[in-house]
Design a protein around this ligand. Structure first.
Ligand code: EPZ
Length: 430
């Protein structure tokens, strides 16, 4: 089982290039099956979730041609069975985007009901509500969501909660429904906008993505396109906090600063300097960092996917900070691991009360999920001594070459797969 081994204490410095947004890429890959023509997508992140999504698509007959590790050609003209099997649903929930895509194009599809995952129950009632509003019959049978429709007809849909997944899934189905659909209380995340732009580049008619009202006029057919995925705001934010927690000076390149505003604002609040350029941000962290409060909210609020990263940083800031997680029920699993490194955090419900400590000490810890795992690596970078992070497959779901990018910034981190590798690392770092 691969692990990361880290010797903490090096302030990070230098430049890092951010890859394509995983959460935009997964939906865009599904949407690419909505035309019979060939679609070219680049700036895909070379991460596990994208690889699994491409396998799920091949599993239903989509032709996938890898151009390089960041680009593919997709052709959905030969899709036969419209049933996404358990194998893929178990690995990534985002396979449910194929439901919206295939329902839109073929007026039928079934997908294994996605279970909860390690950050919360993750219901899909709003996806189902949207599909039914468009005229689809949606049944749950033997753990499958089975959808079919004689025809899909546009409707006025009010989402009960702000949900990225349901906004995107309903937008895809509505793109090929008859007539006009309005989605109220829509999610405004950058990746929602990216999927809308992608669909429009295929001939869809979607307006208002990025606001809470999205207006869609259905079209008969979608056509080929060439598209580049937006930069990943969460990968970017993770490296911004890596610079902050190690008291470094890092230039994060190939980003859209506008997408990072809530993250930059929090870094400035705790005492970092943040400089914005056209497609880069620079984070400089000198001297003492201090406490603040943060509550996760739908975009443009502070992202839930950046909650563990600010949590591990605040645990080293002087004073008492409060972190409130308003999106998912179980997103503080990193706290137990961090306590083993010396953190002083008390979790009560969806709130963490953090009393800053002077330093972390390295320990053997486990990555509990994707973002908590990445955050614990940041803690290891700041800790005194050696940290070994296990279960790094979670981190590899969403971060391409995470340890390589950190090494390029001066971090002493390696991926190891044996006791021998660990001993070699320890000898090397002394
Ligand atoms: C997407 O998940 C992302 N995943 C998540 O990123 C991200 O944390 C989340 O959006 C919020 O930004 C992908 O894009 C693949 P939601 P999603 O539907 O779409 C409730 C990562 O680390 N809800 O916006 O599943 C839900 O319980 C991952 O990259 C319903 O009640 O999230 C939650 O409280 C983790 N009913 C809230 O909405 C529904 O039908 C937001 O969930 C759907 C959601």
């Amino acid at each position: 089982m691969e692990q990361y081994i880290i010797k903490g204490g090096n302030p990070l410095s230098g430049e890092v290039e951010i890859g394509g947004a995983k959460n935009a890429a997964l939906a865009i890959l599904a949407a690419a099956t909505m035309t019979d023509e060939t679609v070219t997508i680049d700036n895909l992140p070379d991460v596990r979730d994208v690889k699994v999504m491409l396998k799920a698509m091949e599993g239903i007959g989509v032709i996938v041609e890898r151009l390089d590790k960041h680009a593919v050609k997709i052709n959905g003209s030969l899709v036969q069975n419209k049933s996404i099997d358990f194998e893929f649903m178990k690995k990534i929930r985002a396979s449910y985007y194929l439901l919206g895509a295939l329902l839109g194009k073929y007026k039928r599809a079934d997908v294994v009901l996605p279970g909860g995952c390690n950050i919360g129950s993750r219901p899909i009632d709003q996806h189902i509500k949207g599909f039914r509003a468009l005229g689809a019959e949606v049944k749950i049978e033997h753990g499958l969501i089975v959808t079919k429709a004689e025809r899909l007809v546009g409707n006025h849909i009010y989402l009960d909660v702000v949900t990225v997944g349901a906004t995107i899934n309903v937008m895809m189905a509505a793109a090929m429904a008859d007539g006009k659909t309005i989605i109220e209380n829509a999610a405004k995340e950058p990746h929602v906008v990216d999927v809308a732009n992608f669909l429009n580049s295929m001939g869809a008619n979607i307006k208002g993505a990025g606001t809470d009202v999205i207006r869609i006029r259905g079209v008969e057919k979608l056509h080929k396109t060439e598209y580049s995925v937006i930069p990943d705001q969460i990968e970017a934010g993770t490296f911004m906090f890596a610079g902050a927690i190690t008291k470094g000076d890092v230039l994060i390149k190939n980003v859209i600063p506008k997408h990072l505003e809530s993250i930059s604002a929090k870094l400035i609040e705790i005492g970092c300097e943040v400089e914005e350029f056209d497609d880069a941000v620079r984070v400089i962290s000198k001297g003492e960092l201090h406490h603040t409060h943060v509550k996760t909210l739908p975009y443009p609020g502070y992202p839930t996917d950046m909650q563990p990263q600010i949590g591990v940083t605040l645990a080293l800031c002087e004073g008492t900070s409060i972190v409130t997680e308003s999106i998912f029920e179980n997103r503080f699993k990193y706290v137990d691991e961090l306590t083993r490194m010396g953190a002083n955090i008390k979790v009560e419900g969806n709130t963490a009360i953090i009393d800053g400590v002077k330093n972390y000490t390295g320990a053997a810890i486990n990555a509990p999920d994707l973002r908590a795992g990445a955050a614990l690596v940041l803690a290891g970078l700041a800790a005194e001594g050696i940290t070994i992070v296990d279960d790094i497959h979670y981190i590899q779901r969403g971060y391409e070459d995470f340890e390589v990018k950190l090494q390029q910034l001066g971090a002493q981190i390696e991926k190891v797969a044996s006791e021998r590798d660990i001993q070699k690392f320890k000898l090397k770092v002394g």
